[in-house]
Design a protein around this ligand. Structure first.
Ligand SMILES: [Zn+2]
Ligand SMILES: [Zn+2]
Length: 392
């Protein structure tokens, strides 16, 4: 349902604003609301498209907002990421790991989104790196691609990280090492190590002030909570290795740029209730659920990403600084003849990225952006005022 999310925001943002102190949103939320309201309209600016061979006339089109919470921009961005990563990824098996923090820490995440998410990524990578470096598991440096996602299956709050890790790595002498066990790393051992690291990061962050306590809570409360959670089991899943690299990249890519809700998943909206189709590709089941319009807006606001926060990160062999080591690894784990094949599976056939509808009507060549006039990424004061007045 094209444009439906814009309509839901239009109808129900006043209700959500009315609940907020001063009828206001955070800058993170305002940017998301503004981008959804103005994506591909004059407010985002325009760009001029021209034929590389100079065939006229030129075409003018509105800019996309490129906001990571925007439902219109998500699909092309996801496809670009998938194409880039498929060209980069090694042709070895990968394991898919899922890391979740106990939900008692959610208020700490909500109040320190950037810092907390960065610590979360660091704890995952340090755990994987430490285990894989251990000669009992692999004795080498792996590659890891990780994506942070703040929502669960039903768009509810559920901060977690999906990471794919190479089943194997490069040792100090530049040789590819296969893992010692078929399951690569043990989930129980990874959980204990990750828990220890994340607890230490939280305690250090509270001590040095890089993590702030949410309102009405004290540092003593969080220290006590960190200690209590040290005795509990945390959710860390390690899936058996996937042999097919294309599939694993598409799977993780699907989590990346699309935001919590795509418009294709909205089956019905009657002005009050939103019916959402939910299909879980890994669990192979489908399910529908309903949210009130206001609850849908609340959840989308909750998952608006922090500006400048990288929600996908590359580590080890996949880090840009390790390009030489990655080339070495590639030459050892796949025959040279195969090296020109970027991926073993083509991207999904339904909507290929390269097929742009914007081609020259005379020669058929793809038009290029001749000039771009930028609009505003952040809402002007009149827009905010207008929304506040609707809420009053
Ligand atoms: Zn957009
Ligand atoms: Zn042309």
């Amino acid at each position: 349902m094209r444009g439906v999310i814009r309509n839901i925001f239009d109808d129900h943002l006043p209700t959500v604003l009315a609940e907020r102190e001063g009828h206001d949103l955070s800058e993170r939320e305002w940017r998301g609301v503004w981008c959804i309201a103005t994506c591909r309209t004059a407010a985002q600016g325009t760009h001029i498209l021209a034929c590389p061979d100079g065939h006229g006339p030129v075409q003018e089109a509105f800019n996309s907002c490129h906001h990571r919470g925007c439902v219109q921009c998500g699909w092309p961005a996801t496809q670009r990421w998938i194409e880039r990563r498929q060209a980069q990824i090694l042709h070895c098996a990968h394991i898919h790991t899922i890391w979740t923090m106990p939900d008692v820490f959610d208020p700490l995440w909500l109040y320190n989104r950037s810092t907390y998410t960065t610590l979360f990524f660091r704890a995952c990578w340090e755990t994987v790196q430490t285990l894989m470096a251990d000669p009992r598991w692999c004795g080498a440096r792996p590659g890891m691609l990780a994506v942070f996602q703040s929502w669960g299956d039903y768009t509810q709050r559920h901060p977690h990280i999906h990471a794919i890790v190479t089943a194997g790595g490069m040792d100090k002498d530049g040789h590819w090492q296969a893992p010692k066990h078929s399951f690569v790393i043990c989930a129980r051992v990874a959980m204990a190590l990750f828990r220890g690291k994340m607890r230490a990061f939280i305690l250090d962050g509270l001590a040095d002030g890089s993590l702030s306590c949410p309102p009405n809570t004290t540092q003593a409360h969080w220290i006590q909570e960190a200690n209590r959670q040290g005795l509990r089991k945390w959710n860390v899943h390690v899936q058996p290795p996937y042999a097919e690299t294309g599939r694993v990249i598409r799977y993780i890519g699907a989590y990346l740029k699309r935001g919590p809700l795509s418009e294709r998943r909205i089956e019905a909206y009657d002005g009050q209730t939103v019916r959402i189709a939910h299909k879980h590709s890994e669990k192979h089941n489908a399910d529908n659920y309903e949210l009130s319009g206001a609850e849908c807006v609340r959840r989308l606001l909750l998952h608006m990403p922090e500006p400048w926060l990288h929600t996908s990160r590359a580590y080890g062999l996949y880090h840009p600084a390790a390009a030489t080591m990655l080339t070495q690894a590639r030459s050892q784990i796949q025959p040279a003849a195969d090296a020109s094949t970027a991926c073993d599976t083509p991207p999904p056939a339904e909507r290929p990225v390269s097929a742009s509808p914007l081609c020259c009507p005379i020669c058929g060549r793809r038009l290029y952006v001749h000039l771009r006039i930028h609009g505003g990424q952040s809402p002007p004061e009149e827009f905010r005022q207008q929304q506040r007045e609707r809420a009053a």
